[in-house]
Design a protein around this ligand. Sequence first.
Ligand code: SF4
Length: 443
Amino acid sequence: MSPLDPATSGQTSQETEIGSVFVSNYPPYSAWSKDHLRQLQSSLSRAPKLDRGLGLYVHIPFCRKRCKFCYFKVYTGKNSQEVRTYLDALLREVELYQEQPAFRDRPLKFVYFGGGTPSYLSASQLNDLIDGLRSMTDWRKLEEFSFECEPGTLTEAKVKTLKEVGVTRLSLGVENFDDEILSHNGRAHVSQEIYRVLPWIKAAEFELFNLDLIAGMAGETEEKWQRTIHETLAADPDSVTIYQMELPFNTIYSSSIREAGEHEQFANWQTKRRWHQWAIEQLGKAGYVRSSAYTMVKAHKARPFVYRDALWDGADMMGTGVASFSHVQGVHYQNISNWGEYLDHLDQGLLPLQRAFVTDEDDQFRRQFILKLKLGEVDMQPFVDRFGQNPAEQFSEELAQYEEQGLLVVKKDRIKLTMDGLLRVDSLLPAFYDEAYRGKRYT
Ligand code: SF4
């Protein structure tokens, strides 16, 4: 199969099959290894020559229930003592990072609490954790503090706490407004909980309130999806992020298909893209403009999404927590993904490092281009300035073929995806991978 066929990223037919991926980094995670950890240590022990910004990612791996489509590292049965132990370990990890010249005394540009479910923590746990983080890191130049929430875990007091501790971007994982779909896909929340939290979030006046949806969850129908979009518009968030249902290998759905041959009713890619497009059009009519292939934002709230933009530009990030991802001076790496080993390392005063990948300039050039294409529009000049290479020339053959297929338009100094290209952007990206990674497993 040609690397230019969108099929190579897992979309081997129009059906939603196991193995599809959401591209979040490059080179693919399957290429990261223990062998690169020594070079990672040397990058950590060097102060940066060029500061592209620094962020802090805090992974809260607890959820009330595991969604059947989830591929993140999450735990559903930890008790309050285990949660406390984990939060102490997070603080210990940040303390250890402050001893590393690569991160020491650098001001934070962004903080991102992801998971799992960060809003699973109680208000007092959040206050203690954030006080601890603030005491060890410099938040004076912070541009954004993002926080992910699951509707059923929020209380009015917790929403107020989030505002008080400085959260600027609150993201609510709604995914769908239909109770049958939510329950069937293993979500912990019900629609009533979404409606209950909306007034609290509005009243708190976060700088930006984002609502997440997934097009094509099991059981989705035309009519239900339309209702979900109508309810989304009525909820009036500042931005809406829409993912298309994927089936990576490590989900409950994928295991039950592999092991028991069970087959859920998933919409095919064509249908999901149609639903996604319809949603984009409705949001456009309501005054939202594009922020990326997935996100629409109210025109007057359009601003950089600092976490996303900084990471895609090659900023450094201290990723804390079990299995979390980081970047320092051209080295990508991941923490240990086993609960006990993660805690043991920190107990012994060791950073819990699992695997890494040391990039060269070609990797960085490709990575930046691949990720920026997900914005829907890419300027060539910043690549020429930074890498001395123009992606429009470097990838001329691949781009010409995509242009012929109506997926993008190449102008002299700009590449713009068409609607068709935007709706399948992840499947277009492997064409820009180095030969060595094409057709290989992503994770
Ligand atoms: S709430 Fe999010 S992180 Fe938790 S199980 Fe569901 S998809 Fe995974």
